[in-house]
Ligand binder design. Structure first.
Ligand SMILES: Nc1ncnc2c1ncn2[C@@H]1O[C@H](COP(=O)(O)OP(=O)(O)O)[C@@H](O)[C@H]1O
Ligand SMILES: [Mg+2]
Length: 149
């Protein structure tokens, strides 16, 4: 439980987690992200930005790694609400993260805007990758509207 010293409080929202194996799962992950943001009083614009980032990243999972998962968490800390989507796969990994984050870079037939676009849309973006493992974490955050004590 949170207390007056503002210990981070992590809310279990694992019922929103999605295994990503088909294009339908992209839609579900996107919807779940939007719903979580809506439920925690994020603006329509933030809901859309978060959902769009999730959409791009889960599409990359299908395209480059075949399958993976999208895990959600909600944290209250220092009067802020942070919603995070962690998109994980066990595919080949990203050869060069620096290159992959450049606008227009695609190793395939893509537009090369998925990763750099997602990065611009959210409040926090981290990526780690090696052969056999890629994880991208995106978050939106805002001042908590609900007072928790
Ligand atoms: N999950 C992933 N696993 C391996 N490589 C990836 C993954 N996501 C992105 N990439 C690499 O990063 C590049 C840029 O991704 P992105 O910006 O989404 O553009 P696009 O998908 O249009 O190529 C991809 O072309 C691919 O080489
Ligand atoms: Mg892409």
């Amino acid at each position: 439980m949170a207390n007056s010293t503002s210990q981070p409080e992590v809310i279990d929202v694992s019922e929103s987690d999605v295994d990503i194996t088909t294009t339908t799962d992209i839609v579900i992950a996107r919807q779940n992200g939007r719903r979580l943001a809506a439920n925690h009083a994020f603006s329509k614009s933030q809901q859309t930005r978060f959902a769009t980032a999730i959409s791009e990243l889960t599409r990359n999972v299908l395209t480059y790694a075949v399958k993976g998962k999208c895990l959600f968490s909600v944290t209250y800390s220092h009067q802020k609400t942070i919603i995070t989507a962690k998109i994980i796969d066990y595919g080949p990994g990203i050869k060069s993260i620096e290159q992959a984050l450049k606008d227009g870079f695609s190793s395939g037939q893509g537009m090369g805007l998925g990763l750099p676009g997602a990065k611009r849309l959210v409040d926090s973006f981290t990526i780690a990758s090696k052969p056999g493992f890629t994880v991208v974490e995106v978050s939106v955050s805002q001042q908590s509207t609900v007072r928790r004590s």
